[in-house]
Design a protein around this ligand. Structure first.
Ligand code: ATP
Ligand code: MG
Length: 287
């Protein structure tokens, strides 16, 4: 691994990680992956179980992987490992309360002792945990534990932070809070890799990389991933992931010539489409 200029892209070239599949046969966990991430970018990483998301997430976070081939240049993310937030927050909590957790994370990253207190308070505030900061874990809900793990990961303001299916155990309300917190971290300048199997979390006009069997099968715009192009199945449909109900509806309406590309994704875009339908336009679109 090499390179650490702050404005340099992270580049994975021809990366393979050898492993074994569930039958004990030799099988690459990642196979000949090429991927670049720009400073401050938001990248969704999607794929079914076993497609290689966590292997890729760990690699991007700069964690050691055995049997790695190819080159990884972490560019703006630097040489030291980036924080990675996991599906099960309990697996990564070391402290005894949110405040202690954040403090430990900052001390581990060797932040100047004079700044630790203020930075801890700021991370707790951002995640809405100020009131709960000194409670022991058993008094917090699963969503609050996840927010504490995120506070600890975000406090050091690293140039990259990786979220590996952090919403999969959460209800809709907590999922929204966690996602908004990640978006806040992104707006403050960190690049974010957001691993998920829930396609309804994807925002249009962001970038998504889809993995299948350890290979990147798509790397591009979310809307294109969800909808492909007129007359063609989208890669999302063949990825094995659950296609959101509204995306299925949009494609069916397109097939019936009731809806034109670009198809709607967000609630706001759907509202515009519904306006067209209410006005009895022959073919609706949101633009
Ligand atoms: N430490 C390991 N050694 C060998 N093979 C592994 C190891 N960890 C995972 N694998 C295999 O590598 C493949 C990719 O696993 P990975 O955990 O990256 O997938 P994933 O997409 O994150 O799956 P999930 O959605 O279940 O979290 C799987 O076939 C898995 O069995
Ligand atoms: Mg995983």
């Amino acid at each position: 691994m090499s390179g650490n200029a702050v404005d340099e892209q992270m580049v994975l070239s021809g990366v393979s990680v050898a492993g074994t599949n569930e039958f004990g046969e030799k099988d690459d966990r990642l196979h000949n992956v090429n991927l670049t991430i720009a400073p401050g970018e938001w990248l969704y990483l999607v794929g079914v179980n076993g497609s290689g998301k966590t292997t890729m997430a760990r690699l991007l976070a700069g964690l050691y992987e055995e049997n790695l081939m190819g080159t990884v240049n972490r560019g703006f993310a630097g040489e030291s490992a980036s924080p990675i937030v996991l599906q099960q927050p309990k697996a990564q909590l070391f402290g005894e309360s949110p405040r202690e957790e954040v403090r430990f994370a900052l001390e581990w990253r060797e932040l100047a002792p004079g700044s630790v207190k203020a930075r801890t308070a700021e991370a707790l505030e951002m995640t809405g945990l100020t009131e709960l900061a000194d409670l022991p874990w058993e008094k917090l809900s699963g969503g609050q534990l996840q927010l504490a793990a995120i506070a600890a990961s975000a406090a050091s303001r690293t140039p990259l932070i990786v979220f590996d299916e952090v919403t999969s155990m959460l209800d809709d309300a907590n999922r929204k809070i966690v996602l908004e917190t990640a978006e806040h971290i992104h707006r403050s300048g960190s690049a974010v890799v957001w691993v998920t199997q829930r396609l309804d979390e994807l925002k249009p006009d962001f970038r998504v990389a889809a993995l299948a069997g350890g290979r990147i099968i798509f790397d591009g715009n979310v809307r294109k991933f969800l909808y492909g192009e007129t007359g063609h199945d989208s890669l999302c449909q063949s990825s094995g992931l659950r296609v959101p109900y509204l995306a299925t509806l949009a494609m069916q309406l397109r097939q019936l010539n009731q809806l034109q590309d670009p198809l709607p994704v967000t609630a706001e875009e759907w509202r515009k489409v519904m306006g067209h339908f209410a006005g009895a336009d022959s073919t609706a679109r949101y633009t």
